[in-house]
Design a protein around this ligand. Structure first.
Ligand code: GDP
Length: 461
C-alpha cells in the first residue's frame, strides 16, 4: 500500500498479554523476518516450510539454552492481523520467561514494538480503517457490556460503513458538478439540484443524529457522574451503601477522571455511574448545606451529570422542596428527586404530602424499597435523548469534532442550493464535507494524526 512509511520493513515484537504472572503469556512478532527469527530459535521443525494458520509445539532455544516449551502460531501475510507475517508464541506465564524470549527475539533482529504499532500496521496495510482501529483500543478498554457492544459494532465497521456510503454519494455529485464546470459556457446542469438537496438534507439529519449519539456514546464509554446531595441525616450514606452493595462495578481506570473526586462506580444495566465526591458523603461534609445554603453546595456539584437530591419525607417541608427545585432548575442541573424513609410512614401519605411535586421517587434506602425504580430512572435519564433508532453510536471525540465540521459544511451546501449559487462554489462546500468524512475513516489523514491516535494504544496491540 502506498501509505507505507519508511522504517516499516522491520520486524516488531512485544508481549501481547498483560505484564505480570498469568497462566500463559503471548508474545507477538510481525514483519518480514518474524518467521525466520523464530525458526532460528525453534529446532524441532522448519517453520519456514509450514503452512499459514498452523500451530506448532516445541522448545524455544537460544543456542543451547532452553527458554521455554511453547506453542507457536503462524500466520502468513496478508492473511494476518497486521497483514504481514505474524508469529504468536504462547509461553508459560512468568515475566522472567517473557523478558528472555523478547530479549532473544531482539538479539536475533526484531525491534520492540511501540504502543499500538501492530494495529497501526494493520491500518497501514488496509486491514482495518481508522474507526475500526480506534475501536480496537476501545474494545480493550471496555469495562461494561454497553461499551463492549459499541466497540464491537465499530470494529465490524458499522460506523464507517454509514459514512462511506454518504461519502460515495457525495463524490458522485461532486464529480458531476465538476463536469458541469468544464461545460460552463454551454450552461448545462448535469446535477439534478433537487436530488442533491434531498441527499444533503438526509445526510445532515443523519450526521445530526450521530452527533447526538456522542453524548450517549461518551456516557457509555466514560460513565455518568452522579452526586448524591441532601440535608444531614437524609440518608445519603445509607443510599450510597445500598447502591454499592448491589451494583458496585470493578473498574481499573476511567479516562479523564481522578481518584480524589471519584470514589465509587456502579454498573446499572451496562451503564457506568460514577458516584462523585463520595468522600464528602462519608465525612458528612454535606452539613455545609445548612450553614452556607444549598446554592453553594450545588455549585460544588455542578460538574455532576446527574444530581440525586435526597430528602427525608418525614422532615422535609413541601415548601422547602419547591425552593430547592427552583434552585436546581436555575442552575440548569439535571436532577432526580428522591424521597427517603418511606418505611417510616405509609407511602400513600408520603405521596399526598408531596402531591404538588411531580416526579418524586419514594424509596427506603434502609430497607431497599423501590431502589430498582430509582435505578431505572437513572438509566432513563441517560437514554432520554431519542437516539434509540441509531444503531451506531459515536464514542470518539475525534469523530465527533469531524462530524461537527461535516454538519457545518452540509449546512453550507443546503444554503447554497437554496440561494442557487454557482456550481464552483457548491463544489467547494461538498469537498469540505468529503475532506472531513475522509478524516474520520482515515481515507484522508496525515502522519501526525496517525501517530497521535496509535500512541494511545498499549504496547503489544
Ligand atoms: P446522611 O447524613 O444523609 O448521610 O444520612 P445517613 O445515611 O447517615 O442516615 C441518617 C440516619 O437515617 C441513620 O440513622 C440511618 O440509619 C437512617 N436512615 C437512612 N435511610 C433510612 C431509611 O430509608 N429508613 C429509615 N427508617 N432510616 C433511614
Amino acid at each position: 500500500m502506498s501509505l507505507k512509511l519508511s522504517g516499516w520493513n522491520d520486524t516488531i515484537v512485544a508481549l501481547a498479554t498483560p505484564p505480570g504472572i498469568g497462566a500463559i503469556g503471548v508474545i507477538r512478532l510481525s514483519g518480514e523476518k518474524a518467521i525466520s527469527i523464530i525458526n532460528d530459535l525453534f529446532p524441532s521443525k522448519n517453520l519456514e516450510k509450514q503452512a499459514s494458520h498452523t500451530i506448532h509445539v516445541g522448545f524455544l532455544k537460544n543456542g543451547d539454552k532452553i527458554l521455554d516449551e511453547v506453542v507457536v502460531s503462524l500466520y502468513k501475510g496478508p492473511r494476518s492481523y497486521t497483514g504481514e507475517d505474524v508469529i504468536e508464541i504462547s509461553c508459560h506465564g512468568s515475566p522472567f520467561i517473557h523478558q528472555q524470549v523478547i530479549d532473544t527475539c531482539i538479539e536475533h533482529g526484531a525491534r520492540l514494538a511501540k504502543p499500538g504499532e501492530f494495529t497501526q500496521r494493520a491500518f497501514l496495510n488496509g486491514k482495518l480503517d481508522l474507526t475500526q482501529a480506534e475501536a480496537v483500543a476501545d474494545l480493550i478498554a471496555s469495562n461494561t457490556q454497553a461499551s463492549h457492544k459499541t466497540a464491537l459494532n465499530n470494529i465490524r465497521g458499522g460506523f464507517s460503513q454509514a459514512l462511506k456510503d454518504l461519502r460515495e454519494q457525495l463524490i458522485q455529485f461532486s464529480a458531476l458538478i465538476e463536469l458541469e464546470l468544464d461545460f460552463s459556457q454551454e450552461d448545462v446542469e448535469f446535477v439534478d439540484r433537487s436530488r442533491l438537496l434531498e441527499l444533503v438534507t438526509n445526510a445532515r439529519e443523519h450526521t445530526g443524529r450521530l452527533m447526538q449519539s456522542f453524548q450517549l456514546g461518551n456516557v457509555i464509554k466514560n460513565g455518568v457522574s452522579v452526586a448524591i446531595i441532601g440535608k444531614p441525616n437524609a440518608g445519603k450514606s445509607t443510599l450510597l451503601n445500598a447502591l454499592l452493595n448491589e451494583d458496585r462495578a470493578i473498574v481499573s481506570e476511567i479516562p479523564g477522571t481522578t481518584r480524589d473526586t471519584i470514589e465509587e462506580v456502579l454498573n446499572i444495566d451496562g451503564i457506568l455511574f460514577r458516584l462523585i465526591d463520595t468522600a464528602g458523603i462519608r465525612n458528612h461534609s454535606d452539613d455545609l448545606i445548612e450553614t452556607v445554603g444549598i446554592e453553594k453546595s450545588l455549585q460544588k456539584r455542578k460538574q455532576a451529570d446527574v444530581v440525586l437530591y435526597l430528602f427525608d419525607v418525614n422532615e422535609e417541608l413541601p415548601g422547602d422542596l419547591s425552593e430547592t427545585i427552583d434552585e436546581l432548575n436555575r442552575e440548569e442541573i439535571h436532577f432526580l428527586l428522591v424521597g427517603n424513609k418511606v418505611d417510616l410512614v405509609d407511602e400513600h401519605s408520603a405521596r399526598e404530602k408531596f402531591t404538588y411535586t411531580s416526579g418524586v421517587i419514594f424509596i427506603s434506602a434502609k430497607s431497599g424499597l423501590h431502589l430498582e425504580v430509582l435505578k431505572e430512572r437513572m438509566v432513563d435519564m441517560v437514554f432520554q435523548k431519542d437516539v434509540s433508532n441509531e444503531s451506531v453510536i459515536v464514542t470518539n471525540a475525534r469523530h465527533f469534532h469531524a462530524l461537527n465540521e461535516v454538519h457545518a459544511a452540509l449546512n453550507d451546501v443546503i444554503e447554497g442550493l437554496h440561494n442557487k449559487i454557482p456550481g464552483d462554489l457548491l463544489s467547494l462546500d461538498i469537498r469540505r464535507c468529503l475532506q472531513y468524512l475522509g478524516e474520520i475513516t482515515g481515507e484522508i489523514t496525515n502522519e501526525d494524526q496517525l501517530d497521535y491516535i496509535f500512541s494511545k494504544f498499549c504496547i503489544g496491540k
